[in-house]
Ligand binder design. Sequence first.
Ligand code: GRG
Length: 294
Amino acid sequence: MDPNLVTYIKGEQGRFNQLLIDYLNGLTMPPLLKKSTIYSIKAGGKRLRPILMKLTCEGLNGNVDKVYPAAIALEMVHTYSLIHDDLPAMDNDTYRRGMLTNHKKFDEATAILAGDGLLTNSFHSIANATCYSDKEKVFIVSKLAQASGLEGMVAGQSMDMQAEQGLTEVDELEHIHQLKTGKLLTFAVVVGAYLAGASNEIMDKIEQFGQTIGLVFQIQDDILDIIGDQEIMGKASGSDEGNQKSTYPSLLGFDGAMEHKNRYVQQAKQLLHEMKLEGTYLEQLVDYLSNRNQ
Ligand code: GRG
């Protein structure tokens, strides 16, 4: 990766970490809940979604200062989803990002409430932001609710839970991932473009771009799982229960999954070209998503 992009990402990770911690520290809440929310917020996330939002706004010549409250809200929703995904009723994981999961570090009730609180306050952080007009607040809140709610990420998670016994069709798997992970990534770029005042044509293309990189991200996630499993001969994530979930490599084979991913990488780059965003950091980020090793 371009060393300038590495420096940019590190700087932005530091900035988003601080904004998130400042936001949570500014709230009056019971000490255990504060410890628990800050624990998961500090637990080493890549801040990919906020960075995508900012790069999109920047690439389309928008005022990047307007990105922060929406980006913080998005990362809070993402963090809630990971805390709840790790719970015994869902994936039953002991470790995430090399650290104890929230319910293992604290307890189940605290983890559930930390997730609930992060989700709810994400909307508060947008509604309270002084840099947005009322129209912008309604747009961002509505898009975030759609992306994360009953027709978005939660729907994807529900379908994923139902599909524990394994899927046979790639289209079905793809649909789940478009909801479960694609919707929040798409929210990131759509809001970045919206805040830059993008035309309807760009808004359509950036939405397609978000969906496409969501699939690149997910296929690489599945590939990393296989590599992790091969390295340690077990489940890399520390899941307590062996599961037979379908993945791109299980349905298409390793080479098939790589080919599938590369097709989406090309589609994403074509969309960037059509939006005159080729050669920007966003293009390099597509390669990073495709080749990342964590
Ligand atoms: C519980 C409603 C609810 C939803 C959970 C996102 C999700 C839905 C579950 C996560 C399961 C999972 C491991 C999916 C793979 C893709 C993914 C979202 C990985 C984590 O995202 P990263 O890599 O995380 O951006 P970091 O740790 O960098 O923040």
